[in-house]
Design a protein around this ligand. Structure first.
Ligand SMILES: [Zn+2]
Length: 147
């Protein structure tokens, strides 16, 4: 394994991890503040507001940090940030070919059954009684006259 992780990716990994820790601390601090101020309702509203802000900020930092860390750990293409349509197409080709083959088989089968039905549909009307007889029949099934 000579695959080297670039310094940019290492930096991204540590920045992401730092953001996650910061976000986690911010998120946790809202609970600490809540516990410390428990029972103190003098400035409950402002405390709740700042707590909410920190909780959301902390969550946002956790999410952003997680993404940055993932990019650093897996690389831009590996983490799914940079999509390669050509590569994805090549990977999917055997499946689409298989699906195409299946569709072709179904079409072939339906053609065969349709062909069989259409042969039976061809009937000859008897000149004297009007009964429909099969194409290859020599005599009418109803009255027995030759067709
Ligand atoms: Zn007839």
């Amino acid at each position: 394994m000579t695959k080297q992780i670039s310094s940019e990716r290492k930096t991204a990994y540590y920045i992401g991890m730092g953001l996650m820790i910061l976000g986690g601390l911010m998120f946790a601090s809202t609970f600490v503040t809540f516990i410390l101020n428990f029972g103190n309702f003098n400035n409950f509203e402002s405390n709740a507001k700042s707590g909410m802000l920190r909780a959301f900020g902390g969550m946002a930092l956790l999410i952003i940090g997680g993404i940055v860390r993932g990019v650093g750990a897996l690389g831009v293409a590996g983490s799914g940030v940079k999509l390669d349509p050509q590569q994805a197409k090549e990977e999917l080709e055997p499946y689409s070919r298989m699906a195409g083959g299946m569709i072709k088989d179904v079409l072939d089968e339906s053609e065969i059954s349709l062909g069989g039905k259409s042969e039976k549909i061809i009937m000859i009307k008897c000149q004297s009684c009007g009964k429909l007889n099969e194409e290859d029949s020599k005599f009418c099934q109803e009255c027995g006259k030759s067709i």
